[in-house]
Write a protein that binds this ligand. Structure first.
Ligand code: FAD
Length: 419
């Protein structure tokens, strides 16, 4: 079968991989000059099923309101009443309660654990260039005793999701992660989740796309997709800046931009961008910086070691599609990393970046069939999209092939929004 994948972020490239494995003739269409250049470029690098959970949580409405009026808060919310944003926020608010949180978290956990297993299979089974994959787990650090108490509570909940964990005293932290011995921050304790990993989703996208290109997958870069053209109950072609492209099946993997292309088909995809920022800093002394991913719970900033670089990312802005770089965000990231790891980084060469997390209001991604019988979705991966990319792509390839996916699809398809 001829399949067109729309978008070459980490999700589109992983989708192309599983479709190629099934023997399809695959073409990937991407407006950027290469793969992984938008949200998949500068994310925190965490491959963390332990953290996979919805942004819609009990108490979040009050927390977001309180934080968004504070200066330099990690959360920002523009009050402009854009209809799509208002609809998204209302749906998000309906999910901010304990019952919905539990259901949504379990759904996301199901995908995230499966997905890391899929990624490990690709990493060990295929001859890919390094993407700085590291299996050291995540260290979530708490700066105050009150934060540590909350950490203990949330750790207990991890048992329900089958996530292994261990609480560490300050002395144990530097035994496990020696770079923490140099930290200038006061740390009350930490939670270690050894099953997590980290890696560079941009390098992974590039390496996997190059691997597929050598094996006959056709990547069309620099091509803008303008519309999906209907033909009866199906999609007949994709209209692009370089003319129409036809296939037997189409998979939408367009990150935060997916809603614009499917809306003219009557599909209302509740995906909205949640902007975040990152810095990437070259390492000058490998022993002075962490090997494992470190989550600073106080500042909600994740720091990952990506080979000979450190990546730190965080912040959440519900402000539309702009990608402007706010210098105050850069300062916060630099200050937090500098306080935790005062040595071993080359601060003369900091790369500052912003990206748009494709968020669904309840948390899980939107996978699989639509009412158009050859149009499939692999969308809405939110703040865990790197972690979820390989599993969701395998699921979508299973659905395209008419096979039963390995995990239950309950709550992972577009149907949940029309129930
Ligand atoms: C600050 C930050 C930190 C994050 N940290 C983590 C983390 O630690 N762990 C984790 O798992 N996830 C993390 N994420 C989330 C993760 O990066 C995303 O969920 C993931 O990259 C989404 O991948 P995607 O392929 O769906 O989207 P994208 O990477 O955005 O890919 C979509 C592609 O579609 C293309 N496209 C869009 N419209 C068109 C068009 N009209 N024509 C042609 N091409 C088009 C774009 O150019 C783009 O390449 C983070 C995100 C941010 C912003």
């Amino acid at each position: 079968m001829k399949v067109l994948v729309l978008g070459a972020g980490v999700v589109g490239v992983a989708t192309a991989y599983y479709l190629w494995k099934d023997g399809h003739e695959v073409t990937v269409v991407e407006r950027q000059p290469g793969p992984g250049r938008e949200t998949s470029y500068g994310n925190a690098g965490g491959l963390c099923p332990s953290f996979a959970g919805p942004w819609a949580a009990p108490g979040m409405i009050a927390k977001v309101l309180k934080l968004s009026v504070q200066r330099d808060s990690p959360i920002r919310f523009s009050p402009l009443p854009e209809p799509r944003k208002v609809a998204w926020v209302l749906q998000w608010m309906r999910n901010c309660n304990a019952e919905r949180f539990r259901v949504n978290k379990l759904r996301m956990q199901r995908v995230a654990h499966y997905s890391l297993q899929c990624l490990r299979e690709i990493a060990s089974g295929e001859d890919l260039p390094s993407f700085d994959f590291h299996e050291g787990g995540t260290l979530q650090i708490f700066r105050t005793p009150a934060e540590l108490d909350l950490g203990r509570l949330s750790a207990k909940a991890l048992e329900e999701y089958g996530v292994p964990w261990r609480i560490l005293d300050p002395a144990d932290i530097s035994a496990l992660e020696p770079a923490m011995a140099h930290s200038r921050a006061t740390v009350a304790g930490a939670l270690h989740m050894p099953a997590d990993a980290s890696g560079d989703s941009y390098k992974f996208s590039q390496g996997l796309a190059a691997f597929l290109q050598l094996r006959g997958v056709d990547f069309r870069y620099g091509v803008r997709i303008d519309a999906l053209e209907r033909e009866g109950d199906a999609i007949g072609a994709v209209r692009t800046s370089q003319g129409p492209l036809r296939a037997d099946a189409y998979v939408v993997a367009l990150g935060s931009h997916a809603p614009f292309l499917v809306r003219p088909l009557g599909l209302n995809l509740p995906v909205y961008p949640l902007k975040g920022y990152s810095i990437t800093v070259p390492v000058s002394d490998p022993d002075a910086v962490p090997r494992m991913a470190v989550m600073d719970e106080h500042n909600k900033i994740m720091i990952s070691r990506l080979g000979n670089r450190i990546r730190a990312a965080g912040m959440a802005e519900l402000t539309g599609y702009g990608l402007d770089l706010n210098p105050a965000r850069r300062k916060l990231l630099v200050d937090v990393v500098g306080e935790l790891f005062p040595r071993g980084l080359d601060w003369g060469q900091v790369e500052f970046w912003a990206g748009l997390r494709p968020m669904t209001p309840d948390g899980p991604p939107i996978l699989g069939r639509t009412r158009w019988n050859n149009l499939f979705l692999n969308s809405g991966h939110g703040s865990n999209g790197w972690t979820q990319s390989c599993g969701t792509s395998r699921i979508v390839a299973d659905i395209v092939a008419g096979r039963q996916p390995a995990i239950d699809l309950d709550g992972l398809t577009a149907e949940r929004f029309h129930a």
